[in-house]
Design a protein. Structure first.
Lengths: 178, 86
């Protein structure tokens, strides 16, 4: 998953080249936006999550907090996943009246079919915990291996497998109920 | 439907979201926030540097004043002793 271009750009940013960060955003925004949307279940939250994640990544690069142990891409996936998990938890903690009209204004720039599919996906995964949902999306949708998923989430491979088993069991249970 | 079919359905649903992309100008908004942060940091560093210069200047003036006072005292003592000897 290591991308030499991204590593080079990250090194330039850490040495003070602010504009090199544009390259990182350009190369990764599509994939990371879709990940944020699938995890948060909303295009509205996805953009906030991603923007926050990019600012965190930039700060970490300029402060020398990126140690290069993971690839830049894996590291960015980690930041976005954590930000999306936090956003989802906040969303779930909101009073019901707030979540009813969850997406306040219709963003006309977002593909309506994509948005509809996202709503369906969100509904389909609604019975899962945030952790189970994240593991399922990283493994079954984004195509990461168990080891890579563990690296992204900062947990053991065993924990990833366990969450995956529980997620699949919950999906089966949901299917049984419908 | 079995567990594998669940995953297939999940993959199909996720594929249908492949058309999603950030709204126009997203990259610009990110870079604006990043540049804002850089400017704030630069301003903070300059303020610290300016503060250090101001403190150094104040200490230098204080030291110069003390030295001047000592020199004045020495000169006056010298003048007094010369006047006494005359």
């Amino acid at each position: 998953m290591a991308d030499p271009d991204l590593s080079l750009l990250a090194r330039r940013v850490s040495k003070g080249d602010v504009e090199a960060f544009t390259g990182i955003v350009q190369q990764t925004q599509g994939r990371l936006y879709r990940l944020a949307a699938r995890l948060a279940g909303s295009t509205h939250d996805a953009e906030d999550v991603l923007q926050e994640a990019y600012v965190k990544a930039f700060n970490a690069l300029t402060d020398g907090r990126f140690d290069g142990r993971s690839s830049v891409q894996t590291w960015l996936y980690r930041i976005v996943s954590n930000a999306a998990i936090d956003a989802t938890r906040r969303r779930k903690a909101r009073p019901v009246s707030d979540t009813d009209d969850y997406e306040p204004e219709a963003d006309t720039s977002v593909d309506p079919d994509g948005r509809l599919a996202l709503r369906e996906l969100d509904e389909w995964l609604s019975e899962l915990s945030v952790e189970q949902r994240t593991v399922l999306i990283l493994r079954a949708v984004e195509g990461f291996s168990t080891a890579e998923t563990a690296d992204i989430l900062g947990c053991s491979e065993g924990a990833v497998e366990q969450r995956l088993i529980r997620a699949r069991a919950n999906l089966s249970k949901r299917r049984g109920e419908t | 439907m079995n567990s594998d079919e669940d995953l297939q359905q999940l993959a199909a649903l996720a594929r249908a979201t492949d058309s999603l992309a950030p709204s126009p100008g997203f990259e610009g908004r990110v870079m604006a926030r990043v540049r804002e942060r850089v400017e704030r940091e630069t301003w903070r560093s300059r303020s610290i540097l300016l503060g250090c210069f101001a403190a150094a200047a104040a200490i230098a003036i204080w030291v110069a004043q003390i030295e001047q006072r000592q020199a004045d005292t020495t000169t006056l003592t010298l003048i007094d002793s010369m006047e006494l000897s005359q």
